[in-house]
Design a protein around this ligand. Structure first.
Ligand code: FAD
Length: 324
């Protein structure tokens, strides 16, 4: 079932989760344990992130350096298929522009279609560590909106190989990313919203937001999207913090900020357990306010937060009539 169908058939606010594939060489059992825990909350869909290859220079025995291709977390499509068929839950693989030619994208979409996966979250991806800014594949897409267009074309039976006749029309439901605190490369929010609108005009079906810790950012973002003519559902993405260390690290990675009240509460903690409790408490209140606002779904980023997510969701689902 498509994400948009889940969103329109819901009785209350849905709870969905986003997971990462395991590191290459690690067993899938840790992920399965996480999934077993998450499945107790009957999520309508699970997102699985995509991690493109990095390059690093390794010294050879002759002293020369060799550029080596490393992919730390392969397996997005396989894990989506495994979850879908093991648990009977819809999955949303993330697909990125970075590292993909358009033909490879087309083939990836075909694989998903054959697996019966009809949801995708389409993203540009970030620059790899060895690059200062995002560099697209020479035969790939520069921005997520181009990836949306290619997927919409495929949904209409339009393939890159133009001579294909009577070609299968795929049926992908397309999610894209939105940034309540603005994407870090955008000069301002107006420009960012104009490009978000472009993704929507190309055919995106819903938006999932970057994490945020002050709901005012989300409320303002939704208001400005609506004023810009963006009418599709906007699913808030949230990630519980579990330690003071999160406050130091996450802004640099995700270009987000923390409200003063949360920072102060964290600073007053004397033990790691107290920090965890402050993070949990903040997320429960944040999620409850979003539910009261009437959001269609809360999307939990689970990476690094699995210690607290089951407790938080349990607290939310025990409140009557708020979560379906
Ligand atoms: P775009 O929509 O292409 O926007 C990127 C920047 O370019 C923005 O500043 C935008 O304003 C600007 N822009 C857009 N269109 C144009 C245009 N036509 N001309 C000029 N400028 C333009 N990354 C991963 O690698 N794997 C993942 O699994 C992953 N999952 C994510 C899930 C969510 C919910 C979110 C919010 C992010 C995720 N990311 C992931 C990170 C994402 O790839 C980065 O934030 C990336 O820098 C931007 O991706 P985008 O799809 O928003 O890009």
């Amino acid at each position: 079932m498509k994400v948009t169908e889940h969103l329109s058939n819901r009785k209350g606010t849905l709870i969905s989760f986003e997971i990462l594939p395991p590191l290459k060489g690690k067993k899938i059992s840790a992920l399965t344990r996480t999934l077993d825990q998450l499945m107790t909350f009957n999520p309508p869909f699970i997102n699985v992130t995509y991690h493109r290859a990095e390059y690093k220079y390794q010294q050879r025995s002759n002293g020369l350096f060799e550029k080596v291709y490393i992919r730390k977390r392969p397996g997005t499509v396989g894990i989506c298929a495994a979850i879908k068929y093991k648990y009977g839950v819809d999955t949303v693989p993330h697909l990125v522009c970075g590292g993909f030619s358009q033909m490879e994208t087309e083939d990836a979409l075909m694989d998903l279609n054959y697996l019966g996966i009809d949801n995708v979250l389409l993203l540009r991806g970030d620059a790899v560590k060895s690059e200062r800014s995002f560099v697209p594949h020479e035969k790939g897409h520069k921005n997520a909106s181009d990836l949306v267009k290619q997927t919409v074309d495929l949904n209409q039976g339009i393939y890159l190989e133009e001579e294909l006749s009577n070609a299968l029309e795929t049926n992908f439901c397309i999610g894209v990313a939105g940034y309540p605190e603005k994407h870090f490369e955008s000069p301002n929010m107006d420009v960012d919203l104009a490009y978000l609108k472009q993704k929507v005009d190309q055919g995106a079906d819903y938006i999932v937001t970057q994490m945020f810790y002050d709901n005012q950012y989300y409320f303002e973002f939704v208001k400005r999207c609506r004023e810009s003519g963006i009418e599709i559902p906007i699913v808030p993405g949230i990630r519980p913090i579990t330690s003071m260390q999160n406050l130091r690290v996450l802004p640099g990675i995700f270009h987000i900020s923390f409200p003063t009240k949360l920072v102060q509460a964290m600073q007053e903690c004397k033990t790691p357990d107290e920090e965890k409790m402050v993070g949990m408490d903040w997320t429960i209140k944040q999620a409850q306010e979003l539910i009261d606002f009437g959001v269609p779904c809360i999307h939990f980023y689970t990476y690094g937060s699995m210690k607290v997510i089951p407790g938080i969701v349990q607290e939310l689902v025990t409140k009557p009539h708020s979560v379906s």
